[in-house]
Write a protein that binds this ligand. Structure first.
Ligand code: ADP
Length: 490
């Protein structure tokens, strides 16, 4: 089979699948362009039923040997894999920026180290999984985390490398083999990941990459009956479709979906820090599922805080994400640009007041100005639907009860942010907000051991630390009657 390659940001990247330790091509291809300037990044293999089946077969064939290695046997290979990610950090960062328009500096300094940690952390964590013993009067319960089989990992375009490794790390450490379906709007870094895994000694078939369109390759993959797990990060609507496929074969699925997270600012908060953090929600053009997009401000400080946020937002330079001075890059795709613009135009038509932004930026075709809407009601579309762009709303509250009611007033429950100077008050509010993660006086800090996921339409399940293995493993209890053996054996 041929291996079609492209040079992207000076880095050679295969545009084909990686299946069973080999590059596999497809006659069907899909176009991939850079959101930075529309540059053609090459035609990527568009897999279908045949390629999806081939990938699951390769993963199934590789499974017994990989599972048999145990956490200790997998550790050195996965450590090398993590080291390989760091060694190719500059390439990964550059290709990711070209492919999805994310900030180069952020990719280099935060995304790449985190991607490597995602692999090494879970490989290390797996060593202690089988230490859990529940001692009963007559019986000892030995809790075992067994590998479960082949996992399908389906990832989105806004942070492909980080979100893919967040699944790859625990799935492989658990002893599963995997088929990754990268996002068609940003498919390239996952291809590099396959090369790095191979060079690190991850055996053929353990990690497979199936390129293609969600409705074709993705659909064929999730409908394969030989999957043990489906882990999905993406939109709520797609999760509903994949969930139906998972239900048909009772395949466990975890999903991390959209959000419309509140950002609550109390009058006694550190307003400078809060204002900087609000402006930070525009980073990556707001294409961040965790972003706190609904700014809820205690009415008594509204005017003062608004000026601070306005000043901080004015510092969010829109432009080429490869420049160190840029804070807000392009939206990923013309279709997505039209979607974001549509939300903005409908909000204006419904009477929302544009405090700043509200239109395309002169930085280029896919660039949108950091935008803030006031005069919105909780039931408005702009308050309820995930825009996934640099668009925030501004509302005030006069009591904690009101803040909590607005915070909880959408169908989502992914995250929330609270800036507050009073610990007891902060904890009272935090405990009542429906969210998988609630940051208090900080934002985006995610310990790999901590549970992560969403409530309501923001997802099912939690990953992170042991929670990841609760999903990727078949958990078994070996319950042994005490004193029932004649001898210890060998
Ligand atoms: P977004 O709105 O962020 O583009 P999607 O949910 O459409 O999110 O996409 C997230 C991932 O899901 C992508 O890798 C995409 O290819 C994949 N996908 C989309 N539709 C399907 C589907 N029907 N079955 C399986 N995967 C899909």
């Amino acid at each position: 089979m041929t291996d079609t390659r492209a040079v992207v940001a000076g880095v050679e990247v295969s545009l084909d699948h990686w299946i069973g330790g080999k590059r596999v091509s497809s006659a069907d291809r899909f176009a991939n362009a850079s959101p930075i300037d529309g540059a053609d990044l090459g035609a990527v293999a568009a897999g279908g039923q045949a390629e999806a089946d081939m990938a699951v077969e390769a993963a199934s064939a590789a499974y017994p040997a990989w599972a048999a290695l145990g956490p200790q046997g997998r550790l050195p290979i996965l450590r090398k894999f993590a080291e390989g990610i760091l060694a190719r950090g500059k390439d990964i960062a550059a290709v990711e920026s070209a492919d999805n328009g994310s900030l180069l500096m952020g990719n280099l300094h935060r995304m790449v180290p985190r991607a490597a940690q995602n692999i090494s952390f879970f490989a290390q964590w797996a060593l202690g999984l089988n230490d859990h013993v529940i001692d009963h009067d007559e019986v000892v319960n030995n809790v075992r985390y067994d590998p479960s089989g082949v996992a399908a990992l389906i990832t989105p375009w806004n942070a492909p490398m980080m979100l893919t490794t967040w699944k790859v790390g625990p799935a492989l450490a658990a002893g599963n083999t995997i088929v990754i379906k990268p996002p068609e709007w940003a498919p390239l870094t996952c291809s590099l990941l396959a090369d790095i895994a191979h060079e690190a000694g991850v055996p053929a078939g353990v990690l497979n990459v199936l390129q293609g369109i969600g409705e074709d390759a993705g659909d064929a993959l999730v409908n394969n009956r030989d999957l043990a797990r489906i882990s999905f990060t993406g939109s709520t609507d797609t999760a509903k479709i994949i969930g139906q496929a998972a239900a048909r074969s009772i395949t466990a699925m975890s999903s991390e979906l959209g959000g419309k997270s509140p950002f609550i600012v109390c009058a006694d908060a550190d307003l400078d820090a809060a204002a900087q953090t609000v402006a930070g929600q525009y980073i990556n053009a707001g294409q961040v599922c965790l972003a706190g997009t609904r700014i809820l401000v205690e009415a008594s400080i509204e005017a003062q805080f608004l000026e601070k946020v306005r000043a901080a937002a004015a510092q969010m330079t829109v432009g080429d994400p490869r420049l160190a001075t840029t804070r807000v890059g392009p939206l990923i795709h013309p279709e997505h640009f039209a979607r974001v613009s549509g939300f903005v135009e409908r909000a204006k038509a419904a009477g929302a007041q544009v405090l700043w932004g509200g239109a395309q930026s002169d930085a280029g075709d896919l660039y949108f100005q950091p935008t803030m809407f006031a005069g919105v009601k909780l039931e408005d579309e702009i308050s309820q639907k995930e825009v996934f762009g640099p668009v925030l709303t501004w509302q005030t509250f006069t009591s904690d009860e009101e803040a909590i009611a607005i915070a909880n007033g959408t169908e989502y429950g992914l995250a929330g942010t609270l800036f507050c100077g009073n610990e007891a008050r902060a904890m009272r509010i935090a405990e009542q907000v429906v969210a998988g993660t609630l940051w208090v006086n900080c934002f985006f800090v995610r310990d790999l051991a901590a549970p992560f996921g969403g409530s309501r339409l923001s997802g099912i399940g939690r990953e992170g630390g042991t929670h990841s293995f609760d999903f990727y493993c078949d958990i078994k209890n070996i319950a042994v009657r005490k004193g029932s053996f004649a001898n210890k054996g060998a």
